[in-house]
Write a protein that binds this ligand. Structure first.
Ligand code: GLA
Length: 408
């Protein structure tokens, strides 16, 4: 090939490669930053009603959630009303009297997107109609309603990973043939290491852990996972998250305050605002999808400050798409580092002990040579220019610092 064609050829090749990679790695629809929205499960359980979802959609716009990036209304389990005489899946007509197409239209008019839920078996986790053997038909139905995202659960399905891969691939292919861009959320709770295969079978995001409960951490034998347990379960999986395919740490419990319902099972007694702020910090650092699950119609000021902090959200949505790396892990501290697209990096320091403690770190100890401008992301201000940081961190608090290199 003559030299004059080499550059355009390489460029074209690169372009095809990138697009092919996006097509095959996430089932045809690029989800370049972690999906953000509100999910119905923790607040409504399976008792969700069309009227409530309208109110939630209204509140997402009025409260500034949409403006902050929360785009999806994710309908979880409990919307289904079985199948009609032609085996089309239908919504429960008492809960959704106007139907799902009307709901999607309502949500879309507000600039939001609609997610829905099904399961890779005959029945879902809460015992409603699942999609096994109806993948193509259900995907076409979802597309005809205007659905933008499917959370695909794995209750009542066999435990082996070969079957899981087959069933998720079947749904992913069905979505790709449905005529609409519908993202796919794999929800088998990390039991078959989906970070190793879910992207290849078409998942955009995959849950890495069991269901989160509204608690700081699991104590004694109540078995429910809290913020710290989910964080630990996800911390070493950073190499599997990439732009377009994400480790999903389950819903944000911010603002639930032990409200009862699914998040209050298994010891979910609620958290304080410092702990909720830590959840937001860590989920953003780990580039997890952000699915709020509180009552966004009635948020107190503390909850709004946590969920609507655009600076922390910016770290979550950063174009480089890297999940943070855990640099320090001992019985008192967790320190995480997340590289960012513009060359800055975000540093999160979590005091998981039960007392406030002083902390000091020479940035070079975690591989950051040179001097940095230091910005406190929760305080929204530049707090110094230095090669180190020291300060006091409250019990269960996470400091998040954005570091911009000034010189070597
Ligand atoms: C499973 C999922 C939850 C929720 C429920 C619904 O437990 O992990 O997130 O979707 O099912 O029944």
């Amino acid at each position: 090939m003559s030299r004059k064609y080499i550059v355009p050829f390489l460029f074209l090749h690169f372009f095809i490669l990138i697009n092919a990679q996006i097509k095959t790695s996430n089932g045809g629809i690029p989800v370049r930053t972690p999906p953000m929205g509100w999910m119905s499960w923790n607040f409504f359980g399976d008792n969700l009603q069309e009227k409530d979802i309208h109110e939630i959609a209204d509140a997402m716009v009025d409260s500034g959630m949409l403006d902050a990036g929360y785009q999806y209304v994710f309908i979880d389990d409990g919307w289904q009303g079985g199948r009609d005489s032609k085996n089309n899946i239908i919504p429960d007509s008492k809960k959704f009297p106007s139907g799902m197409k009307a709901l999607a239209d309502y949500v879309h008019k507000k600039g939001l997107k609609l997610g829905i839920y099904s399961d890779a078996a005959q029945l879902t986790c809460a015992g409603y109609t699942g999609s096994l053997n109806f993948e193509e038909q259900d995907a076409v139905t979802f597309a005809s309603w205007g659905i933008d995202y499917l959370k695909y659960d794995y209750c009542n399905a066999p435990g082996d990973s070969i079957t899981a891969k087959i069933r998720y691939k079947a749904m992913s292919e069905a979505l790709q043939h449905s005529g609409r861009d519908i993202a796919l959320g794999v929800c088998e709770w990390g039991q078959r290491q989906p970070w190793k295969w879910a992207a290849a079978v078409g998942g955009n995001v995959w849950r890495t852990t069991g269901d989160i409960r509204d608690k700081w951490k699991n104590i004694d034998s109540d078995f429910g996972s809290g913020i710290l347990d989910i964080m630990d379960g996800n911390a070493e999986l950073n190499k599997y998250a990439a732009s377009g395919t994400w480790n999903d740490m389950d819903m944000l419990i911010v603002g639930l305050y032990g409200k009862k319902g699914p998040s209050s099972d298994l010891g979910g007694i609620g958290c304080n605002d410092i702990e909720y702020r830590t959840q937001m910090s860590i989920w953003c650092m780990m580039a997890s999808p952000l699915a709020t699950s509180n009552d966004v119609r009635n948020m107190n000021e503390a909850t709004k400050r946590i969920l609507l902090n655009k600076e922390i959200i910016k770290l979550n949505q950063d174009a480089l798409g890297k999940q943070c790396e855990r640099k320090v892990y001992n019985k008192t501290w967790n320190v995480f580092l997340k590289p960012l697209a513009n060359g800055d990096c975000a540093l999160a320091i979590l005091n998981h002990s039960n007392v406030p403690l002083d902390f000091s770190l020479l940035f070079s100890e975690i591989g950051l040579g040179g001097k940095y401008e230091i910005r406190d992301v929760w305080a929204h201000k530049i707090i110094g220019k230095d090669k180190k940081w020291k300060g006091n961190i409250l019990s269960h608090e996470t400091k998040v610092l954005r570091l911009k290199k000034i010189h070597d």
